[in-house]
Design a protein around this ligand. Structure first.
Ligand code: SF4
Length: 759
């Protein structure tokens, strides 16, 4: 990972903010938009974003309000940056690649690489070559088809997906991989909400959230936000929280870091936000220890049970538990056996704080729990999310307005991709439907997720690595291992809009296939096309670009995948028809994917349609027992040896996943650089270090140590023993084998490290 050290970066540190959005967000949005797109293009794009006749924001997956409630500017600062980043006027063309060798480009960081603009035509890196060079589309597709056809085993190919792929692109992509004969379909969900999917599928029978924007805005009486930083990662959520707060809901924020998004929200769409005092969102903030969430929710559940034991019928929804749940008695005994001192120490919170949360729960008629990576990227993540389900089931907080679990997705269509079949272990029901629809028998052997793919790359078990978007080597853990392992491939292929580090960590030969962005018109043989996406709350809606394609050399993701399908298999399943007219794809989706009946008609409705959510709609729980399941999750935390600390990786405010828009993190007071580590001042003092010192961060794991050099230490109000640093810079510290139980998600939020003065 090329990255200028903190030395070279002019990093300055100011006070952290307690106020979010406001005029600074408008200024920042406009600056990015103007610098990348200019005035006319900015207006063309931003005023169509998240509108019924426009395109879906290519950034996070926060749902849109009902069409009649959308604002003219229906986007946030980070949505504006994402669109500016994609619709930039800058280009990375053949001349750029002629000027810059692979070696030269590898010495640059991701911000520099992506900052140079959009790819313009297919590029090929021949074996032994030092520079990418142009190749025609026909030759590129033929080359990939030839290499795939030549594989001794289809399982020596991997098809990676980033969450930006539309439903239609994801559907034909999984069809291609399965038609070839493999389920090697790792995706970015493996690194984000896989733990949520595993826990929710087991306990309530569906692997995603079940609440709606209406539940949160208009019905929830208590909203618990845990392991999530909405101010940066889902900014329009702040508007929904403000609506809820002004309606009388209470909000509790649980996070090791005191994020600005929990403080005073200055909604730029309201006079109160622009010129007035704004709205303080969180009623209470609990600075839980990193990885202390399981202990916290077990403790709250213990407190709720104790109140019920003291006054039977006073606290728990007995009727709901008896009618819709199983496993309560074992769970209850588990809580009774827990020790308060152990729980408070593991959570890093006082008994008082925990009892206050329990009181807030008992005073609320309906409770929603929202979460993100702060919960899912730990060894015990699945157990923590199961314990949160226990927390909701105790008072029947599922299956009625304003209540339920709500994992908030970080990428615009990551949930839709999974619904479309992008998963290495799709159930037989889906594969049977695929067989019946297309007349071939899909492979049944489960494939590799992201971590297993890296292991397979390391062990020379992958010949062809194909990525539909994303930045695999920067998004994944154990950076040095992952980057080196990519070279073990015979061919690496990236479908992308912009140049990034993964394109430079290549196989013996490599291809870069530039695709249309979400903001661009997509015209195929049957005319102008639209695609569909699914947001965090299971709303499926249309998205159609408004800009002319950035260059003639671009193709849509669907056109690329269907052309490859045709090159490999002729027109056996109708690749050409699907590439020419996306309605054909949607008709297939209607036949294969549950919940998409009358797809074309329903998605034509303004705002689209909601997918079925059994637990919410009818308290139907398609679990192994047909009931919502209480589970026993003995609280655990990561053992931190003496002198060590627990690191969590985080995003800055100028970042979306691995895309780095800029080097500032306005809310945390950071300017001009990213190699910073946030440390509690007392932890610095105990190590004879001070704010501003340069340190190496060293992670320790059973298979050895990993070092991230020259980070500027920043004294920060994080709990004792807990530190934070940005990814992808800190991903080098995350061992490949440090993963969540059950979900195999990299444990990027709890890495044991020590700080050493940089030498
Ligand atoms: S909240 Fe998310 S989806 Fe909405 S505009 Fe912002 S980044 Fe885009």
């Amino acid at each position: 990972m090329a990255d200028s050290s903190a030395n070279e970066q002019e990093i300055s540190v100011g006070p952290l903010k307690k106020t979010s959005v406001g005029v600074p967000a408008i200024a920042s949005s406009m600056r990015y938009a103007y610098e990348e797109m200019g005035t006319r293009r900015s207006l063309q794009t931003l005023l169509k974003m998240n509108h019924v006749d426009g395109f879906d924001c290519p950034s996070c997956a926060w749902p849109d309000p009902d069409p009649e409630h959308r604002k003219t500017a229906e986007f946030c600062e980070n949505g504006a940056k994402a669109v500016a980043w994609e619709a930039t006027r800058k280009r990375v063309d053949a001349a750029f690649f002629a000027e810059h060798s692979i070696a030269d480009l590898r010495s640059q960081d991701d911000h520099w690489l992506e900052h140079h603009g959009r790819l313009t035509e297919p590029m090929y890196l021949a074996p032994g070559a030092t520079h990418y060079a142009p190749i025609s589309w026909d030759d590129a597709i033929a080359l990939v088809a030839d290499r795939l056809r030549g594989l001794p085993d289809p399982n020596r190919a991997v098809f990676y997906t980033s969450g930006r792929a539309s439903n239609e692109a994801a559907f034909v992509y999984q069809l291609l991989a399965r038609r070839l004969g493999t389920n090697n379909l790792p995706d970015c969900s493996n690194m984000c909400h896989e733990s949520s999917g595993a826990a929710l599928s087991e306990t309530i029978g569906v692997g995603k959230g079940v609440v709606t924007l209406d539940d949160l805005e208009h019905h929830a009486e208590l909203i618990v936000i845990v392991g999530q930083n909405p101010g940066t990662n889902h900014p329009r959520m702040l508007t929904a929280l403000e609506h809820a707060k002004r309606r009388g809901a209470r909000i509790v924020a649980i996070n090791p870091l005191p994020e600005a998004g929990f403080g005073r929200f200055r909604n730029p769409q309201t006079p109160r936000g622009l010129a007035g005092t704004g709205t303080v969102l969180a009623d209470s903030y609990l600075p839980v220890r990193v990885n202390g969430d399981l202990a916290l929710f077990a403790a709250v559940n213990k407190a709720l049970l104790a109140r019920e034991d003291d006054h039977p019928g006073s606290t728990l929804d007995r009727d709901f538990i008896e009618r819709y749940c199983d496993g309560f008695d074992a769970a209850a005994q588990g809580w009774r056996d827990l020790d308060w001192d152990v729980l408070t120490a593991q959570a890093g919170l006082s008994r008082r704080q925990i009892e206050d949360l329990a009181s807030a729960v008992t005073e609320a008629g309906s409770v929603i729990v929202c979460w993100a990576m702060g919960l899912t990227q730990h060894r015990n993540a699945v157990a923590t999310i199961r314990e949160i389900v226990n927390f909701l089931l105790l008072r029947g907080n599922i299956g009625r307005p304003g209540a339920g679990p709500s994992p908030i997705r970080g990428h615009s269509n990551v949930q839709g991709d999974r619904t479309m079949g992008i998963w290495e272990k799709m159930p037989d029901a889906f594969l049977d439907a695929l067989r019946d629809e297309f007349g071939f028998d899909p492979p049944r052997q489960h494939g590799w997720d992201t971590v297993d793919t890296i292991r397979a790359l390391r062990d020379h078990r992958v010949d062809v690595f194909f990525a539909l978007g994303g930045n695999f080597v920067s998004a994944t853990p154990d950076t040095e291992l992952t980057e080196a392992s990519m070279a073990n491939c015979a061919l690496t292929v990236h479908v992308a809009t912009k140049l990034n580090r993964s394109h430079l960590c290549h196989g013996t030969e490599a291809l870069l296939l530039p695709c249309l962005g979400r903001t661009e018109r997509d015209v195929q043989a049957a005319g102008e096309q639209f695609v569909t996406v699914e947001d965090s709350m299971s709303m499926v809606h249309a998205s159609s670009g408004r800009l002319a394609p950035g260059s003639d050399g671009l193709r849509s993701e669907i056109a690329i995948v269907t052309a490859l399908g045709h090159a490999l298999f002729g027109d056996d399943v109708g690749w050409r028809q699907m590439g020419a007219d996306y309605r054909v794809i949607r008709k297939h989706i209607e036949h294969v994917v549950p919940g998409f009946q009358a797809f074309e008609e329903r998605v034509a409705q303004p705002g689209g349609f909601m997918l079925p959510r059994g637990p919410h709609d009818s308290r139907t729980f398609k679990t192994a027992t047909g009931k919502a399941r209480f589970t026993v999750n003995p609280p655990t935390t990561v053992e931190v040896p003496e002198g060590h600390l627990l690191l969590q990786t985080v995003r800055s405010h100028d970042q979306f996943n691995t895309t780095v828009y800029g080097l500032d993190d306005r809310y945390r007071g950071i300017k001009g650089g990213r190699r910073v580590v946030f440390v509690n001042a007392d932890d610095l003092r105990d190590r004879a270090l001070a704010d501003g010192d340069l340190v190496d961060v060293v992670s320790v794991a059973p298979d050895g140590e990993r070092r991230a050099k020259a980070f500027r230490a920043v004294a920060y109000p994080t709990p004792r023993g807990c530190v934070a640093a940005y990814f992808p810079e800190a991903n080098v510290l995350v061992p490949i084998d440090s993963v969540a139980e059950v979900s195999n998600t990299p444990a990027s939020k709890s890495v044991v490290v020590r700080l050493e003065r940089a030498g």
